[in-house]
Ligand binder design. Structure first.
Ligand code: GRG
Length: 290
C-alpha cells in the first residue's frame, strides 16, 4: 500500500500471507460467511496494528516469524470491529476500505455472522499457534481489549452519547476504548510473544495506547479534511457527532494528536535508537492522509 512508511513493506507480506492462510481469499467461496469474512479481511488496509505487533516483538528481541500469528489475530479482531461499526444500528457507514460496507454487499445477517466468525478464528488461532501459557496470556489480553473496558465499552458509550452533549473526558474515554485498547493490546502481544519482561511490556503498552488515541484524533481530522480516495471511507460522516475536531477545532485537534505522539514517544526512551521504527510509526500517525 502506498502512503505508509516504506518499512511497512518488510512486514505486510508475512501478515497478508498469514491472513490468506486463515481466511479464504476466494471471492467465489461456496459459503457466504466465508466470502463475507474474506471481503473485509483482504480489502486494502494499512495493517498498522499488525505492524505494531511485529515491531514490538522485534524490539523485545523476538523473531518476527513467531509474532506473525498474533499480528494476524489483531487484524482479524480489527476487521470484525469494522464490520460491526459500519452496521445500520451502529455508524451506518456506506463505505469501508474503498468498497461498499460489508453489510451492503452481503446483507446485515451475514455481516454479523462474519464478524463473529472472525472473532472465533482469532481466538482459535491463538490457541493453535502458541504454547499454553503464552496462548492463555494472549487470549486474556485480546479478550480485555475487546471487552467492556475496551472496544465494546467504547462503542457503547459512543452510541449512547451520540445524541447528547458529552464532556472532553467522556470523548477521550470513548476513544481510548474504541481505538486505544486494540493498539495497546497489539504492542503488548508482540512483546509477550518475545518473552519480554514487565518493564518493556508496560512501556510499549503506554506507547501504543497514546498512539491509538492520536490515531483516532487524526481519523476525526481526516473526516473533515480528507478525501474518499485517500481514506476509502465516506467523509463528513461525523458531522452530527462530538469529535476531537468539534471539541478543539482543526488546529487544536492537530496539536493534541502531536502532543499525544510526543507522550507516546517518551515511553520509548528506555529502548534508545532501537525504537526508531516505532518513532517513525508515530510520525506517520500524526501526519497520515489515509
Ligand atoms: C466485538 C470486535 C468487537 C467490536 C465491537 C463495533 C465495536 C465494538 C467497536 C468499533 C471499533 C472501531 C471500528 C473503532 C475505529 C477505529 C479506527 C480508527 C478504524 C480505522 O482503522 P484504520 O485506519 O483502518 O487502521 P485500515 O482499513 O487501514 O485497517
Amino acid at each position: 500500500m502506498t502512503g505508509v512508511p516504506a518499512f511497512f513493506a518488510d512486514y505486510h507480506g508475512a501478515v497478508d500471507a498469514e491472513l490468506r492462510r486463515t481466511v479464504s481469499p476466494a471471492a467465489d467461496a461456496a459459503d457466504p460467511v466465508t466470502r463475507s469474512m474474506g471481503y473485509t479481511v483482504h480489502a486494502p488496509s494499512k495493517r498498522v496494528r499488525a505492524v505494531l505487533v511485529l515491531l514490538s516483538a522485534e524490539l523485545c528481541g523476538g523473531a518476527v516469524r513467531r509474532a506473525v500469528p498474533a499480528a494476524a489475530v489483531v487484524e482479524l479482531i480489527h476487521a470484525s470491529s469494522l464490520i460491526l461499526d459500519d452496521l445500520p444500528s451502529m455508524d451506518d457507514a456506506p463505505l469501508r476500505r474503498g468498497r461498499p460496507a460489508n453489510h451492503l454487499e452481503f446483507g446485515e445477517a451475514i455481516a454479523i455472522l462474519a464478524a463473529f466468525g472472525l472473532l472465533n478464528l482469532a481466538f482459535g488461532k491463538l490457541a493453535r499457534e502458541y504454547e499454553p501459557p503464552v496462548a492463555a496470556q494472549l487470549a486474556v489480553l485480546m479478550s480485555e481489549a475487546i471487552g467492556t473496558d475496551g472496544l465494546i465499552g467504547g462503542q457503547a458509550a459512543d452510541l449512547l452519547g451520540s445524541d447528547q452533549p458529552i464532556s472532553f473526558d467522556v470523548l477521550e474515554r470513548i476513544h481510548r476504548g474504541k481505538t486505544g485498547a486494540l493498539f495497546g493490546a497489539a504492542s503488548t502481544a508482540g512483546a509477550v510473544t518475545a518473552g519480554a519482561g514487565t518493564d518493556a511490556i508496560g512501556a510499549l503498552s503506554a506507547f501504543a495506547k497514546n498512539l491509538g488515541l492520536a490515531f483516532q484524533i487524526v481519523d476525526d481530522l481526516l473526516d473533515v479534511e480528507g478525501t474518499v480516495a485517500e481514506t476509502g471511507k465516506a467523509i463528513r460522516a461525523d458531522a452530527r457527532k462530538t469529535t476531537f475536531v468539534s471539541f478543539s477545532g482543526v488546529a487544536g485537534a492537530r496539536q493534541l494528536a502531536a502532543e499525544l505522539c510526543d507522550t507516546a514517544n517518551l515511553a520509548l526512551t528506555p529502548f534508545g535508537k532501537r525504537a526508531d521504527r516505532l518513532r517513525e510509526l508515530s510520525a506517520f500517525v500524526a501526519e497520515r492522509r489515509l
